[in-house]
Design a protein around this ligand. Structure first.
Ligand code: F6R
Length: 608
């Protein structure tokens, strides 16, 4: 949601801003705009719709001249997608141009106050109050104005601000919304994430909340709210440009599905040393682990589905009670937490508003926060006591694949790490588990080699109106993810059900030809799931079974079978999910859907 890019240097800003914004398209948006200082004033171009409309309007940026500018892709929250509501917003005199990602929660009272002082508003956005506040507080010193503005606004913001009286610099700040600073050679940048500027530099600063950055062509200075300079550590991003490009694939989603073996290796290998799981990243001691009373796992969407797997795995291996909650519910359910509870927060982007708010809620109750995050330096990572990063690399497709898989891997590592510390595993069991975790990337690779089988099945079913996924225990947890993957990108209605629950109502929806995808990979409950498959078959369902190479009885009941390699029971979700990701992808592709950017969705959901 909303993407920001800013540039100052020796080159023309507008083409660089448009290029950077194109790398942020995946975040989701419905309008775009740029503001450039053209030697005299701030020139703004905005357009509703795709970035290509703005590119056309500005002759690919060539029509807006100047070497300092800010750009924005807007995902509408306050006010419909329209030219006037798009960013950048100008202050009344045109002296300030502002781009904003986040939500200003007290904008209504600020708007009233500013209206009373004669400021006129032309948009419905919360952002316009910021432009006017700059004007109101400006006394010739832009830094002063910035501090006053951030002292007045409540909520979340990443802001890029141009002032026509400062032709050689622009200023930016962030709080609870993402923004990084890119350090180039005689050029500097701000961006919502590194993918936007990777082509120009890999050296970056992460900003903490309310750090204000002043960017000139040849210098970058960061200040705290007391206007004291803060010396920042420079990070060099080790992804190259190709990590954020399609590299010959038709869609990012397929590229990312194929990248899963590597992402898993990168996430798992550095954390296994001499046959032991080493979680250097976290400060939880054995004593802390023994004192854990209860674990909460809090997340949204697919990350929540990782949590559902986590509940089964951690409870089984560690015998600690685990409660999984969607973040948007957790924060409002007055959770019963105390300081002996561990809250595991899972997020690819590290900036999901509900997840971040849930984290803060848990922290207020004194819980310790361990987060599993993909984006280094993100708000959720920064707010946690401990972070374990998933080394999945940039994930561009809206539908997550490699981030989900690496989150699962981290859950397994945490579960086995804690189980070992709690004395719940014999040394043989521990060694076997580690060996199986290490073999996951190869097994995923093996499944991907026969992806055409899944493509064939997709070609048989892409016209379905409704598809059910069923499974028990871990298979149920993966069913949820399979169902979400399918529906979000193919727009086919789909539901995931615990296999034993169908007959309590949902089975009435099964009729001749309804496709049921039945996951039966676990040994213990295999026969029970097979019985449920028979129940739906008896009502006319067509069944696609997903099972392991160990199980043969599935052939007798299912119409189609997809087999995955065998592994430790707890690790099966990592393998089961792969054919389901492929199925969703191929169905959406056959339907001609916009796979990487499904309708109505944004990659990072920074609003409640
Ligand atoms: C679905 C998907 C979403 C995200 C959810 C949480 O494919 O990607 O359901 O999992 O929006 O996002 P993060 O993990 O960034 O907090």
């Amino acid at each position: 949601m909303c993407g920001i890019v800013g540039y100052i240097g020796e080159n023309q800003a507008a083409p660089i801003l448009l290029d950077g914004l194109s790398k942020l398209e995946y975040r989701g948006y419905d309008s775009a705009g740029i503001a450039v200082f053209n030697d005299y004033n701030l020139e703004v171009a905005k357009a509703k719709g795709r970035l290509s409309v703005l590119a056309e309007k500005t002759d690919n940026g060539c029509g807006v001249r100047g070497s300092m500018g800010i750009g924005h892709t807007r995902w509408a929250t306050h006010g419909e997608p329209s030219d006037v509501n798009s960013h950048p917003h100008l202050s009344m005199s045109g002296r300030f141009a502002v781009v904003h990602n986040g939500i200003i929660e007290n904008y209504i009272s600020l708007k009233k106050e500013l209206s009373g002082k004669g400021f006129e508003f032309i948009s419905e956005t919360d952002t316009e109050v910021i432009a006017h506040l700059f004007e109101y507080y400006y006394n010739g010193d832009i830094m002063d104005a910035m501090i006053k503005v951030i002292n007045r606004v409540e909520g979340s913001y990443a802001l890029g601000v141009l002032c026509s009286e400062y032709p050689d610099q622009f200023i930016a700040v962030r709080k609870s919304s993402p923004m990084i600073v890119g350090l180039g050679d005689n050029e500097n940048f701000i961006a919502s994430d590194v993918t936007a500027i990777l082509k120009y530099t890999r050296d970056i600063y992460y900003l903490d909340d309310n750090e204000v950055v002043v960017l000139k062509k040849d210098s970058v200075k960061v200040f705290n709210k007391d206007k004291e300079e803060v010396i920042k550590e420079k990070f060099t991003v080790d992804w190259d440009v190709s990590a954020a490009e399609k590299g010959g694939y038709e869609h990012f989603m397929m590229k990312e599905i194929e990248e899963q073996p590597k992402a898993l290796r990168d996430t798992i290998s550095p954390r296994i040393k001499d046959g032991k799981i080493v979680l250097d990243d976290i400060s939880l001691t054995t004593k802390d682990i023994k004192n854990i009373n209860k674990i909460y796992i809090v997340a949204c969407g697919s990350a929540y589905h990782t949590g559902v797997v986590g509940k089964y795995v951690i409870e089984k291996m560690c015998r600690i009670p685990v409660e999984v909650q969607v973040a948007s519910e957790f924060r409002y359910c007055d959770p019963i937490i105390n300081n002996n509870d561990l809250v595991i927060v899972i997020s690819q982007s590290g900036e999901t508003a509900d997840t971040l708010a849930a984290l803060k809620e848990a922290k207020n109750h004194g819980a310790r926060i361990l987060s599993i995050v993909n984006v280094v330096g993100s708000a959720i990572a920064n707010a946690s006591d401990d972070v374990i990063y998933t080394w999945a690399g940039p994930e561009i497709a809206v539908a997550t694949t490699k981030a989900y898989s690496t989150q699962l891997a981290v859950i397994y590592l945490i579960a086995a790490y804690m189980a070992e510390k709690l004395g719940m595993l014999t040394s043989g069991e521990y060694a076997k588990f580690i060996e199986e975790i290490e073999s996951l990337p190869d097994k995923v690779e093996e499944i991907l080699k026969s992806k055409e089988e899944v493509q064939y099945l997709a070609s048989k079913f892409f016209n379905c109106h409704s598809i059910f996924f069923i499974g028990r225990n871990l298979d149920y947890a993966v069913s949820m993810e399979g169902s979400l993957k399918l529906k979000e990108i193919s727009y086919i209605h789909s539901e995931a059900y615990a296999a034993g629950e169908l007959k309590h109502g949902t089975i009435s929806l099964i009729e001749d030809g309804t496709l049921v995808i039945a996951l039966a990979t676990g040994q213990e409950l295999f026969d029970k799931t097979v019985s449920n498959v028979k129940e739906v078959k008896a009502r006319g369902a067509v069944v696609m079974g997903i099972t392991t190479e160990k199980h043969e009885n599935m052939e007798d009941v299912a119409d189609y079978i997809v087999k995955i390699p065998a592994t430790h029971e707890m690790l099966l979700p990592s393998l089961t999910v792969i054919p389901l990701q492929l199925f969703g992808y191929y169905v959406a592709s056959l339907k001609g859907c916009d796979i990487d950017k499904p309708r109505n969705l944004a990659k990072s959901v920074t609003v409640e």
